[in-house]
Each structure stands twice: as C-alpha cells, then as structure tokens.
Design a protein around this ligand. Structure first.
Ligand SMILES: Cc1cc2nc3c(=O)[nH]c(=O)nc-3n(C[C@H](O)[C@H](O)[C@H](O)COP(=O)(O)OP(=O)(O)OC[C@H]3O[C@@H](n4cnc5c(N)ncnc54)[C@H](O)[C@@H]3O)c2cc1C
Length: 436
C-alpha cells in the first residue's frame, strides 16, 4: 500500500484543494478495512474530476489507483466485475479488445468507475439513464468494516438508495456492470438557429439514440450532435481526428481563450468567429467510446443542473434571454443533454425524464455572480444540481427536490453513525452525525 503524510490534493479544475493528514492507496479489501478501523474521518478521491468540494479532507484521504483491476468478464452473461479505481478509459479499452462496450458514456473517460457513479455522472440519450444504471451489483465497506453486497435485482430498494452516494455511505470495493457487444456510432454535427433547434428538439430527441446540443452564448446558433448506433464500418480519417480533435479543439481553442482574456467584450466576436469558421458539419462513423468522448477541454468552471424535460424549451429560452442580456461574458460552450428518468434516491433524474443544462465558463472573474444568476433561474424551474459540479443552493432546497432524501439520511445514520465518511460538503447537505 502506498502511504503519504501529509498529502496535498488539488482537483482537475484547480478550484478546490486540501491538505490531508494522511493519504492511502490500498491494494486489497483488508487494507481498506484496516484504514477504516484506524481513521476517525475518511474521504475518497477517484480521479479528482469533480468541481465540487466533495472529495476534500483534512484527515484521511483514500485513492484506488492501485485497486483498479478487471476481476472477471462473463462473456455469456455480458457482465464485467471490476475494482473501484479502474478508470472508464481503461475499462473501455479492455472491453473493446474483448468485443464489448459500455452502452453509454459521458464526455470524457478519465473518471474512476466508482467516482463516476457516486455523483450520478451521465451522458445523453432519451432512452439512457445515468451511467451508474449500467451497474448491477456493488460492494460497499461500511464504517464498522463490514462488507455489504447489494444486487440490483435482489435488493432493488437498497440499490436505489446506494447508487448515487456522494461517498457518504462507505467505500465501494467492487462493481459489476452490464455490458453490450462493441458497437459503432455515426456522428453527424450541424448548426441550426437556436429557436429552430428548440422547435425541432422533441423530434431530434425521438429520432436520435444519443442527442446533445452546444450553444455558444452571445450567438443565435445551436450546434447539434446526433449519435446513432450503426453496423456500418468506421470511416473517420486520421487527418480529421488530428485537425479537428487536436489542432482546432485543443490548440486553436486555447489560443482563442487567451485572446478573450485580453478584453472580455471580444468574446462575443470570438464566439461568432469560432462558429462561422471552425464548426463544420461532420458525418463520421467510429467506435462508440471514441464518439461519446470529446477532446480534453481546457481548464474551466462548471455548473450543470437537470430539469424536467417538459421544461426544456421554457428553461432554455429563459436562459438564453437572461445570459445574452447580462453583463456575463462567456468564452465557453453551454451544453444541453438528456437522460431518462430513474429511481435512484439522489439521482438528479429521479422520477423525471430530464434535460441537463451545463453553464460553463473558462474564467474565475465574475463566476460567483454567474452562479447566483444561473441558480436564481434554475431554482425557479425546480432544477437539481450535478453533485460533482459547482452549486451553492442550501440543504432545504435540495431536500425538497428529492422525495427519498430522508430515506438516504436514515441509511447514512444506520451505516455511518459517527460520521466517519463526512466532510464539510456532506455536512452542509445532510447535517453532521452525532458522535457515539
Ligand atoms: C473534463 C470533465 C468532463 C466531465 N464530463 C462529465 C460528463 O460528461 N457527464 C457528467 O455527468 N459528469 C462529467 N464530469 C464530472 C465527473 O464525471 C464527476 O464529477 C465524477 O464524479 C468524477 O469522477 P472521479 O473518479 O474523478 O471522482 P472524484 O471527483 O474523485 O470523486 C467523486 C465522488 O466519488 C466518491 N468516490 C470515489 N471513489 C469511491 C469509492 N470507491 N467508494 C465510495 N465513493 C467513492 C468520492 O468520495 C466523491 O464523493 C466531468 C468532469 C470533468 C473534469
């Protein structure tokens, strides 16, 4: 087991950091149990890809980069059993070599599998729930060191409470995912007027397996991404991949961001320039995980809230109106995705087919005001924030948004009565547990 005293943790976005008194990278269940037995307070960090302060700890921080193996692949039953620290990209590549895939992914695959499911990470598609819905079984080590195995089919109620857990119930030590035969996606990208995109949204959603949209504020255009499953062979060219996914999306975009920091008002023009000159129609076929994932974005700040999909048009119209007429200056796309309703207690898609609206900006200046403005609107539409992204709404608001909030709190009280797995983030949402 790798151990460090103390350890400075900084998240991917570099907006949160902490100095943990001790840092462990265990390699077995017994090592995890021994850490839990000795530590008063424990938090876990997967890949540190959350913007929220969810991972921070002054006490004990655990990471599973050395507990990251594939344990079993059952090709007949189409299931894969893994340790919690495996990154999604490692799992994608392993499965692909074996002729399998995860059925849905988000925009990147740098996250650990346990970290991704713990915050309700999602992709896009009207028939697809959050990524964790692909899990069928999970093992959690509780504060008293006992190991609880929870099977979705056998103990649905408990599974629903545990899937999106914010690291507050214990340590996930193993996960089993349902998988599908490897598949390809046809990606078409096109531009449409913002209002037309909203008018056609319902049809686009119905006709596309995985549909999402990007909007550059200060413009009237929407970029539509349609991903459909296909049996046709891959046809993506290496030149396109290098030119669009590296040269334009990584290097040229970062240069535009730099220029936009010289004068914030230039961002309006830059966004229009980017749209007119660099966003070109695309029609390509590639392996699924290569199409789901986008090139590594530059450092930026993120909020993302889910809303009842029935509110999509009303919210997006109000959002565009508010942001385009505000003093905020955006240099980053805003993302609109869709997920199917589920029954996981703390899933932002609990009980409703959802539209997600991501408010992103590569700028710390004015971010607090932007958050206030966004949340002021989002709360009016009964939005629910992504647990891994930034939000400031209070616990009363969150509690009112989640019908099974109290059931989750009761489970937390039963499994972690001394608050071993709490930090300031968890206390702010659920309150502090009383010490024994
Ligand atoms: C560039 C970028 C792109 C992103 N794209 C998307 C996207 O497309 N869709 C989306 O929904 N989100 C997206 N996110 C957010 C990200 O998926 C979530 O924040 C996710 O939780 C991060 O995973 P992680 O492994 O880094 O977990 P961390 O941020 O390290 O941890 C998150 C939580 O998981 C808990 N945890 C980790 N391991 C365990 C374990 N073994 N047992 C119990 N709890 C555990 C931690 O304690 C913490 O509470 C993106 C983030 C970035 C930086």
């Amino acid at each position: 087991m790798n151990v460090k005293y103390p350890y400075r943790f900084i998240n991917w976005a570099q907006n949160e950091s902490c100095l943990a008194a001790q840092f462990f990278q265990p390699e077995s269940v017994s090592e995890i149990q021994s850490i839990i037995a000795k530590a008063d307070k424990v938090r876990i960090v997967g890949s540190g890809h959350s913007w929220s302060s969810i991972c921070l700890s002054d006490h004990t921080l655990i990471n599973f980069d050395r507990f990251n193996q594939v344990l079993e692949l059952d090709k007949e039953k189409k299931k894969v059993r893994v340790q919690p620290g495996i990154k999604l990209w490692q799992l994608n590549e392993y499965l692909d070599k074996q002729g399998f895939a995860l059925t849905n992914l988000g925009s990147i695959s740098k996250q650990s599998v346990a970290g991704a499911i713990s915050t309700g990470t999602h992709g896009s598609g009207k028939n697809y729930q959050i990524l964790g819905s692909q899990a069928e079984q999970m093992s959690i080590i509780k504060a008293d060191g006992t190991l609880q195995v929870i099977h979705k089919g056998l103990d649905r109620e408990l599974f629903d409470l545990c899937l999106v857990n914010l690291g507050a119930l214990g340590i996930i030590s193993e996960l089993t995912f349902n998988i599908v035969p490897a598949f390809r996606l046809q990606e078409t990208v096109e531009l449409l007027d913002f209002n037309l995109a909203l008018e056609q949204m319902e049809t686009l959603l119905q006709n596309t397996d995985h549909f999402k949209m990007w909007w550059f504020p200060h413009t009237d255009k929407m970029i539509l991404y349609k991903h459909n499953r296909t049996m046709e062979p891959a046809n993506d060219s290496r030149f396109r991949q290098w030119f669009m996914d590296e040269f334009i999306s990584v290097y040229a975009y970062r240069l535009f961001l730099k220029v936009g920091t010289l004068h914030r008002d230039w961002r309006k023009t830059i966004n229009r320039l980017l749209l007119q000159n660099f966003i070109k129609p695309i029609n390509r076929i590639e392996k699924s995980y290569k199409v789901f994932n986008v090139p590594e974005p530059p450092l930026h700040r993120e909020m993302e809230w889910s809303f009842d999909v029935k509110e999509a048009v009303a919210f997006l119209s109000a959002y565009k109106n508010r942001m385009n007429n505000s003093a905020h200056r955006f240099n980053f796309l805003q993302e609109i995705r869709f997920t199917k309703a589920d029954s996981y207690a703390l899933s932002p898609c609990y009980g409703r087919d959802s539209v997600w609206v991501g408010c992103y900006n590569a700028d710390n200046y004015g971010w607090k005001e932007l958050m206030q403005d966004f949340e002021d609107l989002a709360t009016k539409f009964n939005g629910r924030p992504h647990w891994g992204k930034e939000f400031a709404v209070n616990a009363d608001y969150l509690k009112a948004q989640y019908p099974d909030f109290d059931k989750f709190c009761a489970l937390r009280a039963a499994w972690d009565p001394s608050g071993k797995f709490e930090n300031d983030f968890i206390r702010k949402i659920f309150g502090a547990m009383q010490p024994n």
